[in-house]
Write a protein that binds this ligand. Structure first.
Ligand code: URA
Length: 261
């Protein structure tokens, strides 16, 4: 009986969901309906009357269509033209810990994965020293495309404010689905993307901030540590990561406490 009611209402529900999806994808700020809330809405209407157990949210399945949209995104036509591919994010969609960086560099653009170049290798070392693997955490960037560079020039450039505003909704969707217990902003662009604030890194790092109620630790970008090899700077980043481990309730060994002292 109840199942037949659900079946009868399915086309109407589809229409409502389509309309919400269109609002969501239309780029307007409000009203927005997240994939998580759409899924929860759908399961509450269809599943609750027959008292099915609450569905476990398959976060990988929720991320997949966003990744597919990102892969064909042309909202920044100049970046869509210059990129090899988009770089969505990598790691465990159920992660407790999420790192947010700036934008893909040349290596990431070539491989389609965030933080795989020199700065990425340093980030991987930090993650390993914390007792995690890259597959335990989730890693994403503010920008999903490599910021284009003049032909024949080397290095990277920071994203423009317009590029950030255009791309940030994708990161917001990722965070909303992953819902990590703790986030780490790597460098000033990540801070600006997540908090909308521009302030000197030395004033922001090493203490807790909040991104929509998720604790956010701010630390230096690994590329800063590559440029500035002073052990004291490495130690600062490590102290920030010790705070992250404490916040996650992870045991910290004596060896870990002494790193970079
Ligand atoms: N720097 C970043 O901020 N992100 C990457 O993915 C690589 C380098």
């Amino acid at each position: 009986m109840v199942d037949s009611v659900a079946i009868e209402f399915a086309p109407a529900l589809d229409l409502v969901l389509d309309a919400l999806e269109q609002m969501r994808d239309g780029g307007g700020k409000l009203p927005r309906a997240s994939r998580v809330s759409l899924t929860q809405f759908q399961s509450s209407i269809v599943a609750e009357p027959v008292r099915r157990p609450p569905e476990v949210v398959d976060k990988a399945a929720l991320l997949a269509p966003i990744q597919a949209r990102v892969a064909v995104c042309t909202k920044c036509p100049h970046l869509a033209r210059s990129r090899t591919q988009t770089v969505f994010g990598v790691g465990n969609p159920d992660a407790d810990l999420m790192f947010v960086g700036e934008a893909p560099g040349a290596d990431e653009d070539a491989q389609g994965e965030p933080f795989v170049g020199r700065a990425g290798q340093l980030l991987t070392k930090i993650i390993t020293a914390m007792g995690f693997t890259r597959g335990d955490v989730y890693i994403a960037n503010v920008l999903k495309c490599r910021p284009d560079m003049p032909r024949g020039s080397f290095g990277n450039r920071p994203p423009t404010p317009e590029e950030m505003q255009t791309c940030l909704p994708y990161l917001a969707e990722q965070i909303e689905i992953i819902r990590p217990k703790v986030m780490v902003a790597l460098g000033a662009t990540a801070v600006e993307g997540l908090l909308g604030t521009r302030a000197p890194m030395h004033a922001m790092r090493g203490r807790w901030h909040s991104h929509q109620e998720t604790p956010l630790m701010i630390t230096y970008h690994p590329s800063y540590l590559l440029r500035n090899q002073a052990p004291a700077e490495k130690r600062k980043v490590w102290e920030d990561m010790l705070q992250v481990l404490e916040r996650l309730g992870r045991p910290i060994t004596e060896k870990q406490r002494r790193f970079f002292t």
